[in-house]
Ligand binder design. Sequence first.
Ligand SMILES: NC(=O)c1ccc[n+]([C@@H]2O[C@H](COP(=O)([O-])OP(=O)(O)OC[C@H]3O[C@@H](n4cnc5c(N)ncnc54)[C@H](O)[C@@H]3O)[C@@H](O)[C@H]2O)c1
Ligand SMILES: [Zn+2]
Ligand SMILES: [Zn+2]
Length: 348
Amino acid sequence: MRALVYHGPGAKAWEEVPKPEITAETDAIVRVDTTTICGTDLHILKGDVPVVTDGRILGHEAVGTVEAVGSGVRTVKAGDRVLVSCVTVCGSCRFCREGRYGQCLGGGGWIFGYKIDGTQAEYVRVPFADTSTYPVPSGAADEDILMLADILPTGYEVGVLNGGVRPGDVVAIVGSGPIGLSAITGARLFSPSHVVAIDMADSRLEAAKQFGADIAINNSREDPLEAIRALTGGLGADVAIEAVGVPATFELAVELSRPGGRIANIGVHGEPATLHLEDQWIRDITITTGLVDTYSTPTLLRLVTSGQVNAGRFITHRFAMDEFDQAYDVFARAGETGALKVVLTRSS
Ligand SMILES: NC(=O)c1ccc[n+]([C@@H]2O[C@H](COP(=O)([O-])OP(=O)(O)OC[C@H]3O[C@@H](n4cnc5c(N)ncnc54)[C@H](O)[C@@H]3O)[C@@H](O)[C@H]2O)c1
Ligand SMILES: [Zn+2]
Ligand SMILES: [Zn+2]
């Protein structure tokens, strides 16, 4: 089969590799029908994630068709269309039993395209297939369901639910990439009074408005603190969601929140950020952090199939699987290309 293989910083190739085989009785082999690229894959390609070594197949999002299952798999069978989620779930460890799948101690968590071979391939081995895949509802388009592999649960769980968004809230969302847009999408489900999107790229702010932001602020030109204060009688946002991953945006999210407000960090940070406790100790704020668990996937599946969440609008570009080079190039130059999510589909 062919797969997108990482060969050290800056190097990748769509090349011939051995087809995966069942190695544990709880495994499934899934034929990948559609897959996508995540910002995390770009971090890996830069060499920022040293756990990923030469020879690793990249990717942690897919929708596919089950080809074979191990003898211990109970609920998934050959021929089933499934969502392969970015988080793998052993189902029996302490954290899986709490629904905290991202922290799985039994060999799951985020492993695809990181610790084991990933989904940017013609076939993928899926460990703990019963608990790590979700059936694709009949009638649902593969590419809509694909958005549930990572971005939609991330924005919803780590941003909206951790931030405790409630009706009438003013919600400030820093960053309007696919994750920030997912947070906007999730926040809207709770009838906030205002969703304020903050980004430095006008193309992303345009997308934010289409996704339901009431106010879009370019913080390279405008002071978001002033705008939020004007909107809230000087108090600040009820919920501030950080969806970028640099110190400045975390510090901004804290600044934007009101006394008693909630700050939900989603961004993956590579450097320390400053928490100004000398100002914040008195303000009753709550800060949450987290890796996506994907416990909300069944809920989001219902919201997508009922039409309450429009997953298709994340998709800006489509490619065939042998066009990974072009797809990565378009995705990496999102500022110029306007890319949000690029989808790669198997040429049947
Ligand atoms: N916690 C999790 O489980 C989890 C899961 C997936 C992704 N993430 C992280 O979420 C973050 C966002 O992901 P994404 O795919 O949307 O990334 P992205 O790079 O596509 O989007 C980030 C956006 O932030 C904007 N930005 C950059 N610097 C800014 C600044 N100083 N002020 C305002 N806006 C700024 C960019 O213009 C861009 O639109 C990343 O850090 C990613 O690694 C976390
Ligand atoms: Zn991802
Ligand atoms: Zn577990």
